[in-house]
Design a protein around this ligand. Structure first.
Ligand code: ASP
Ligand code: MG
Length: 812
C-alpha cells in the first residue's frame, strides 16, 4: 500500500486535516465510546485524524498485571481476566454479534499473548510492548464502531509510522515519521483515521511509550507531522480552568491561553496537558483547542498566539509535594554536570554566601534525579529535603498584574521558602515549607480570581421590555463590569433559548437569537445551569407567565437569583408565595421586583428605606394602573368609554384582553405585592374588588368582548353623571390600610373624588401612590409619574440589577 503521496495530496492534508484527541476517561465505557463516535462524525471533518488513549484505566491495569507477574500467586491471572472481560465487553456491547467477531478473534489472540507472558512462556523485554495494546484496542474498536455506523474509518498503530530514539523523552525521527504517516493518510481523503496515542517504535524495532498521559503529545506530534492547523483535545472538563476544579471551587474557564502560558503550566506540573504537548507545535500555524466531550456546547480554551492580550494571572496551580536539592557549589565537577542535566527545575537559586545552590523538582521526577545522581556519583554533595510544596500563578507578564501583588501579599503569613518569577516572566512561583490544604488553595484562588466576581444573566422574555433592557445593559456594561464581570449568557422566549456560557453577543442580538436559539425546556435548563462557569447567576423574568413563576422555588434551589418584572410570583396565592419565600431564604438567594409595581418609579426603595429607618407604613392608596389612569383621565362628558378601551388596546396601553385591566386583576396583583412588601399577610380573597366588566361581558371570548365593548358605555356614563352631581369625577382607586390594632383592609374600586383633587388631575397614564406613615401622617408622601412604558421599566430592571450587584459584592 506504499503509494508515495503527491505534493498536492500533502498540501491538501495540511490544509484540511485536523487532529482530535480523546483520552482514557472519554472512552471509559460503551456509552462514552458512542459519545466519542458521535463527536467524531459530527465535529470532525471527513478526513480528520483521531488520536486515542487506552480505554478507561487500561494502562494502569496493564501495569498492574506486569507488576503482579513478577510476584508469585494468581493475581496476574485475575487481573488479566478482568481486563479481558472489560475489553471484550466493550466490543460486544458496541458492535453486536455481527460486527464483533473479527475484533473478538483478534482480542483473543492478544490476550493469549498476555497469558503467555504471565505464565512465563513468552519473555517480553519492553513493558511498552504490552502497554501498547491498551491504545491499540481502543483505536481498533473506535474505527470498527464508526464503520458500523456507516462512517469510513480505519485504525493506525502509531508504531507503524512514528519512529523515535529511546530516551527519557524519546527523540522523534521527524522526517521518517512524517514520510510514513503521509504515505498512510494522504492517499485516502474521506477516511477518518484513528491513531493510537502514547506509543511509538524505537530504532531497534522495539515498542516505546511517550510517557504517562503521553497521548496529548501524540496528538500534537501527529498534527505537526501532518502540518495541520488545529488539534482539538477533547476532555471530560470544559477546557482549561483558573485552577484544578477537583480541588478548587468557583474556578473559571479560560477562553484563551498563550503558548508560553500553557507551556509554563505544563512545566509546573499542572495536570491539564502533558508537558511535551507543545514541543512539536508550529506556533504560528497551529492552535490547540481544549474542549469538553461531555458538553460540546460549552466554552473551549484555545491555546495559540495570544501573547498580546492584556496581562492577566490566568491559572493558579499547585504541587502538594516538591523536593529540594541542596548542592554544594564547591564541587566544580558537579556544577558542570548540573548544567548538563536535561530536566529544568521548577525553581532554582543560589545562596552565594553559603556556596550552595537549591534546585526544586516535582516529586514525580525524584526517581529520575536519584538515578542521575547515582550515575554521576555525586550523592555526597547533594542533600534531598522533603516537606515542601509549591503554589504558582501563571500568566504572561505576571508582574504587571494586580494579582501578582495580591499573591505576594496573601503569602505573607505562609512559610515561604522562596518566591520567584520565572525567567520569561510568565509565572510567579512560591515554594512553601508546609503542607497544602484545599482551604488554603481555595482562599488563594478566590483572592486571586474573584476580586471581580462573575454574574451570568439569563433573560426570559424578549418582548418590548427585554429589548429595551438589553439595549440599556449593552450601554451600561462597561461601568457595570468594573464591579463584577456581568454577562448575558442566555436569552429566551417561551419556546426558544440562545445559550452561550461565554456571553451572547449583544450587538444585533436579534439576529444571533434567530440563528442560534434552540427549543428548550426551562426545567431541563435549570439542571444544566449550575455548570455555567459563573460565581453567581440571575434570571431576569420579563414574562407574564405563571408557569415561570411556579418555577421560582426550583430556580432558587438551583442557585439562581431572580429579578422579576413578572407579577405572577409576587402576587401568587399565599401557598405558592410562602414556598417561594421559604426556598429563597433557605438558599440565601436575592429576589428583586421593583418594576412589578409602578414600573420604574422608586416606590419600593422609598418604602423600604422608610421602614429600614424606623417608620411604619399606615396606608397606601392611589392609582396604580397606567391603563386605568389613561382611561379615566380621558373619560369626560361626550366621550364613549368603549372607544377609549378600543383605543387603549390599539396603542398597546392595555393588556391584549382589556378585561384583564377592567376587571382589576392587574391591580389586585400590585396591591398584593405592595402589601406583602411591607410584611402584611394578604391573600386574594382579602381584597374587595369591584370589576368594571358587566356580568354579561365576562364569560365570552376576547374578540366577542371587543365587538360588544359598547355595552360598557351605559353603566360608565351613569357613573360619570352620578359623580358630576356633586362636582366629582370617578377614578379607579386601590388602597390598603393598617389600623392601630394591625388589621388590614384592602379594596379596589371606583370612587368619586372632587374634580380639583390631585388624583383627578393626572396626566393620562400617570400613576400615583399616596403613602401615609407614622412620620408622614399630616401630609402624605406622594410618588407619581409614569407607571408603565418600556424605557422606565427597563430602567427599573437595571436598577434591580444594580441592587443585586451591590448585595453580591458586599456579601461575597
Ligand atoms: N494510556 C496512557 C496513560 O494512561 C496514555 C494517555 O492516557 O495519554 O498514561
Ligand atoms: Mg490517561
Amino acid at each position: 500500500m506504499s503509494v508515495e503521496p503527491s505534493l498536492d495530496q500533502i498540501r491538501t492534508v495540511a490544509d484540511n486535516v485536523q487532529v482530535h484527541k480523546f483520552g482514557g476517561s472519554s472512552l471509559a465505557d460503551a456509552f462514552c465510546y458512542r459519545r466519542v463516535a458521535r463527536i467524531v462524525t459530527e465535529y470532525a471533518g471527513a478526513s480528520d485524524v483521531v488520536v486515542v488513549s487506552a480505554a478507561g484505566d487500561t494502562t494502569n491495569r496493564i501495569l498492574a498485571i506486569i507488576k503482579a507477574q513478577r510476584e508469585s500467586g494468581d493475581t496476574a491471572d485475575i487481573l488479566l481476566d478482568q481486563l479481558e472481560r472489560f475489553q471484550q465487553g466493550l466490543i460486544t456491547e458496541l458492535l453486536g454479534t455481527e460486527f464483533a467477531s473479527p475484533l473478538l478473534e483478534q482480542s483473543t489472540i492478544d490476550f493469549q499473548r498476555f497469558r503467555d507472558f504471565v505464565s512465563g512462556e513468552e519473555h517480553i523485554e519492553h513493558e511498552a510492548e504490552l502497554l501498547s495494546y491498551g491504545e491499540l484496542w481502543s483505536a481498533r474498536l473506535l474505527a470498527a464502531l464508526l464503520r458500523k455506523q456507516g462512517t469510513k474509518a480505519e485504525h493506525i498503530d502509531a508504531r507503524d509510522f512514528l519512529k523515535a530514539e529511546d530516551a527519557p523523552e524519546p527523540i522523534i525521527q521527524e522526517l521518517e515519521s512524517r514520510h510514513n504517516l503521509l504515505n498512510r493518510v494522504a492517499p485516502f481523503p474521506g477516511t477518518r483515521f484513528i491513531v493510537t496515542g502514547f506509543i511509538a517504535r524505537g530504532l531497534q524495532g522495539e515498542s516505546l511509550t511517550l510517557g504517562r498521559n503521553g497521548s496529548d503529545y501524540s496528538a500534537t506530534l501527529v498534527g505537526s507531522l501532518l502540518n495541520s492547523k488545529q488539534v482539538t483535545i477533547w476532555k471530560d472538563v470544559a477546557g482549561v480552568y483558573s485552577a484544578d476544579p477537583r480541588k478548587i471551587e468557583r474556578v473559571v474557564s479560560l477562553p484563551t491561553l498563550d503558548w508560553s502560558e500553557a507551556e509554563e503550566l505544563a512545566r509546573l506540573g499542572s495536570p491539564v496537558l502533558h508537558p511535551r504537548t507543545f514541543q512539536p507545535v508550529d506556533r504560528d500555524r497551529m492552535v490547540i483547542s481544549v474542549r469538553s466531550s461531555l458538553k460540546v456546547e460549552n466554552q473551549q480554551t484555545r491555546i495559540g498566539n495570544f501573547e498580546h492580550t492584556e496581562p492577566k494571572g490566568k491559572v493558579f496551580t499547585s504541587l502538594s509535594e516538591v523536593v529540594l536539592f541542596k548542592v554544594e557549589l564547591n564541587d566544580r565537577e558537579l556544577v558542570k554536570q548540573l548544567e548538563a542535566l536535561d530536566l529544568t527545575p521548577l525553581v532554582s537559586w543560589t545562596e552565594p554566601e553559603k556556596h550552595q545552590q537549591y534546585l526544586v523538582f516535582h516529586q514525580n521526577h525524584l526517581n529520575y534525579i536519584s538515578q542521575w545522581l547515582e550515575r554521576i556519583k555525586a550523592g555526597n554533595a547533594v542533600t534531598q529535603i522533603h516537606g515542601y510544596s509549591m503554589v504558582a500563578l501563571v500568566g504572561n507578564r505576571i508582574q504587571e498584574t494586580d494579582q501578582y501583588n495580591t499573591f505576594k501579599l496573601q503569602l505573607d503569613d505562609q512559610q515561604v521558602r522562596r518566591f520567584a518569577v520565572s525567567e520569561d516572566g510568565c509565572s510567579a512561583v512560591a515554594i512553601l515549607e508546609q503542607k497544602l490544604d484545599n482551604r488554603l488553595l481555595n482562599r488563594l484562588h478566590s483572592q486571586l480570581f474573584n476580586y471581580r466576581r462573575s454574574l451570568g444573566v439569563l433573560v426570559i422574555g424578549r418582548g418590548n421590555i427585554g429589548t429595551a433592557w438589553l439595549d440599556l445593559f449593552r450601554q451600561q456594561r462597561d461601568r457595570i463590569n468594573q464591579v463584577m464581570d456581568v454577562r448575558v449568557i442566555g436569552i429566551a422566549n417561551s419556546k426558544k433559548l440562545w445559550l452561550d456560557y461565554s456571553g451572547v453577543e449583544l450587538n444585533d442580538w436579534q439576529a444571533g437569537f434567530d440563528r442560534l436559539s434552540r427549543p428548550y425546556v426551562l426545567t431541563e435548563l435549570l439542571r444544566e445551569l449550575p455548570n455555567a462557569p459563573y460565581d453567581e447567576l440571575v434570571m431576569i423574568d420579563l414574562t407574564d407567565a405563571k408557569p415561570v413563576a411556579q418555577l421560582y422555588p426550583s430556580l432558587f434551589a438551583n442557585g439562581l437569583h431572580i429579578i422579576s418584572a413578572n407579577k405572577r410570583a409576587g402576587s401568587a396565592e399565599e401557598s405558592l408565595y410562602r414556598e417561594i419565600r421559604t426556598i429563597q431564604h433557605e438558599y440565601k438567594r436575592e429576589w428583586l421586583y421593583n418594576t412589578t409595581v409602578g414600573a420604574g418609579l422608586p416606590l419600593n426603595y422609598a418604602i423600604n428605606d422608610l421602614r429600614g429607618s424606623g417608620d411604619e407604613i399606615r396606608s397606601i392608596s392611589g392609582i396604580f394602573s397606567g391603563t386605568m389612569s389613561w382611561l379615566f383621565e380621558n373619560f369626560t362628558d361626550g366621550v364613549k368609554f368603549s372607544d377609549l378601551v378600543l383605543e387603549a388596546k390599539k396603542r398597546g396601553y392595555s393588556e391584549p384582553d382589556p378585561r384583564e385591566d377592567l376587571s382589576c386583576q392587574d391591580l389586585v396583583r400590585k396591591l398584593l405585592i405592595l402589601a406583602r412588601e411591607i410584611g402584611l399577610n394578604l391573600d386574594w380573597e382579602d381584597i374587595s374588588v369591584s370589576s368594571l366588566v358587566p356580568e354579561s361581558l365576562r364569560d365570552i371570548s376576547a374578540s366577542e368582548f371587543l365587538e360588544r365593548a359598547e355595552e360598557l358605555d351605559e353603566p360608565m356614563d351613569h357613573m360619570l353623571k352620578e359623580a358630576a352631581k356633586e362636582g366629582n369625577v370617578p377614578r379607579l382607586l386601590a388602597s390598603f390600610s393598617v389600623s392601630e390594632e394591625g388589621r388590614v383592609s384592602a379594596k379596589i374600586g371606583v370612587e368619586y373624588i372632587p374634580a380639583g383633587d390631585m388624583l383627578a388631575n393626572l396626566i393620562p397614564g400617570e400613576n400615583i401612590f399616596v403613602i401615609y406613615t407614622d412620620w408622614y401622617s399630616e401630609m402624605p408622601l406622594v410618588i407619581s409619574g409614569p407607571g408603565a412604558g418600556k424605557h422606565v421599566t427597563a430602567g427599573g430592571v437595571q436598577s434591580d440589577l444594580n441592587q443585586l450587584l451591590a448585595k453580591l459584592t458586599v456579601t461575597g
